[in-house]
Design a binder for this molecule. Structure first.
Ligand code: KG4
Ligand code: ZN
Length: 353
């Protein structure tokens, strides 16, 4: 390995590893500042959905063990897709948090050790920064300043992005995250894990106006979210109902409308408060079709533009981690040789990129 190449890590492909929860994702990306998506050379993903389905949720120990099984084969597959050998890599980026500690340790250990063996720099990536930057992988990427709505299984965040790495949290969830609310509500209506996408699919068959749930915390100023009460409202409505298939779809529709409306009300407030005209949506719930369509309509009405990643890059993936890592490696940042993960990690504590 030629150490002089260190001076130009930006020109050599970066391996990205995601293993924070129940998806193992690997990608290879060459940093192209003007069109990051063009630099994406490969991405592979293995979802553990089937593994956890019998338990109705993610079992952390099983997740860690499965990342151990899948990570190296996925890295080999990504290298083959890109037509590269492991020695062509110029850096390794891995999710270091937030997430499940055992799952994170698998990606961090493999990523850090691989970088050490190849004598290339490593970068510990914040999972939510990965989500936040995912829309940059698309054509005509958004430029800061913008507001980002990050809605995943673990987080519901409204973030003001003044520049890459300069994040101010405008709103957070006080209890359940948006994705968690989808998953828990789906479970109490008897839908299989993972409930979010299943509930969204069912909602498509629901009739409008049969049920109506509240839009939590929209009747007072502020940008925080609270979704756990909504879950209780749904449970009561569902228990009192005839529990037919059509009713289930009607309840699902009303629940989805309540979440989507709430998110849109808060996004509008955040745009108004910051004066931003660009809104980025990312994270698993960003794959929700109603949310995407209604946000675009709100943007057309109010005069702001909405940016989404493609569906596959809304949910967890290696490409967003490779991208976040490549940006920071290109600006000279490095992880030292310790293998360190942070199950909890404040997005606002990141250095500027
Ligand atoms: O970002 P992600 O893949 O993982 C985390 O970092 O949490 O998000 C997963 C979450 C799950 O709660 C899942 O139910 C939700 O995103 N989700 C959806 C949809 N697709 C995934 N929620 C609503 N509608 C969808 N279409
Ligand atoms: Zn995620």
């Amino acid at each position: 390995m030629d150490n002089k190449e260190f001076s130009k890590p930006a020109n050599r492909p970066v391996l990205g590893i995601e293993s924070s929860c129940d998806e193992t994702g690997v990608a290879i990306l060459r940093w192209e500042p003007d069109a990051p998506g063009k630099g994406l050379l490969a991405h592979t993903l293995y979802s553990q959905i089937k593994l956890h389905a019998d338990y109705g949720g993610v079992v952390p120990e099983l997740a860690s063990r499965d990342h151990v099984r899948k990570l190296l084969p996925l890295i080999r597959e990504a290298l083959a897709q890109a037509g590269l050998g492991v020695r062509d890599l110029g850096g390794v980026a891995y999710t270091a948090g937030p997430g499940l500690v055992g799952a994170l340790l698998v990606g961090a250990s493999v990523g850090r050790a691989l970088a050490w063996a190849l004598d290339v720099p490593a970068l510990a990536v914040h999972h939510m920064e990965g989500h936040l930057l995912a829309p940059l992988l698309e054509e005509d990427p958004p430029e800061p300043p913008f507001v980002a709505l990050l809605v995943s299984g673990g987080h519901s965040l409204l973030v003001e992005v003044k520049a890459i790495g300069q994040y101010t949290i405008l709103g957070d969830t006080l209890d359940d995250a948006a994705g968690e609310a989808f998953d828990k509500t789906a479970k109490l209506m008897g839908l299989p894990y993972p409930g979010g996408p299943a509930l969204a699919k069912l909602a498509e068959q629901g009739r409008p106006g049969v049920f109506r749930f509240s839009r939590p915390m929209t009747d007072r100023p502020g940008l925080d979210f609270s979704f756990s009460g909504l879950k209780t409202q749904v449970l009561l409505a569902w228990q009192k109902s005839d529990q037919s298939e059509q009713t289930r779809a009607d309840v699902a529709r009303a629940f989805e409308e309540a979440i989507v409306d709430t998110l849109i009300i808060k996004c509008r407030r955040a745009l108004e408060a910051t004066g931003a005209r660009r809104l980025v949506i990312a994270g698993g719930v960003g794959a929700n079709r109603r949310l995407r369509a209604e946000l675009v309509a709100a943007g057309e009405h109010d005069g702001f533009r909405v940016y989404f990643p493609r569906l596959a890059f809304c949910t967890d993936n290696g490409a967003m981690i490779a991208l976040a890592g490549a940006i920071r490696l290109a600006s000279g940042q490095r992880q030292d040789e310790t293998v360190q993960v942070r199950p909890r990690w404040d997005l606002q504590s990141l250095p500027a990129a």
